[in-house]
Design a protein around this ligand. Sequence first.
Ligand code: ZN
Length: 216
Amino acid sequence: MRSSLVSGVLSQMGAVVVPPALPAIVQTGDPVLRQRAADVAPEAIGSPEMQRLIASMVEVMRAAPGVGLAAPQIGVSLRVIVVEDRADYQAKLDPEKRRELERTAVPLRVFVNPTLRLIGEARATFFEGCLSVAGYTALVERALEVELEGLDEKGEQQIWSTRGWAARILQHECDHLDGTLYLDRMLTRSFATVENLGNAAYQGNSIDNIRRLLHT
Ligand code: ZN
């Protein structure tokens, strides 16, 4: 769709007008990932700049593809996150694994100035990754249930109570707003390349067995 759009948009000089490239995903080591991101003035949410920011975050997340993105990950130190876990992303997971992860489809949601509350004592430990730590993964313990309160893309107040994989995504993205990466929370001995995670030692093995294997 984009290429037909591009070829249709010719300037009067006959040069092709190329749409602006997507912002790059900032990788670990960039100080922007270690700062506390600033609150957004609620009255600014409707501004063209903020709407453009939200739109490019969604585009970057989908292009990666990822299930969540925080503004600092494209170098913008503001408290904005987007999440989306599409059914087609989960289609390759076997149903048993999906149940274990409590991974269900999450429609696109935008949170500005979110406040996260961990609900209850239940915790879950699974491998997670980050678009800003490309190529790696590790076991991270997260609360099973959370409640997230904040503003949506129109500046309206919203509350979302969720659990399982969605709750993990929200904890991960909100961490980004405080300059925290999963690296700070992981079981360090489980740190692995995504490639290794695909190896026989991990496949079909329970998290408990993997932990024994890695002595963690
Ligand atoms: Zn991340």
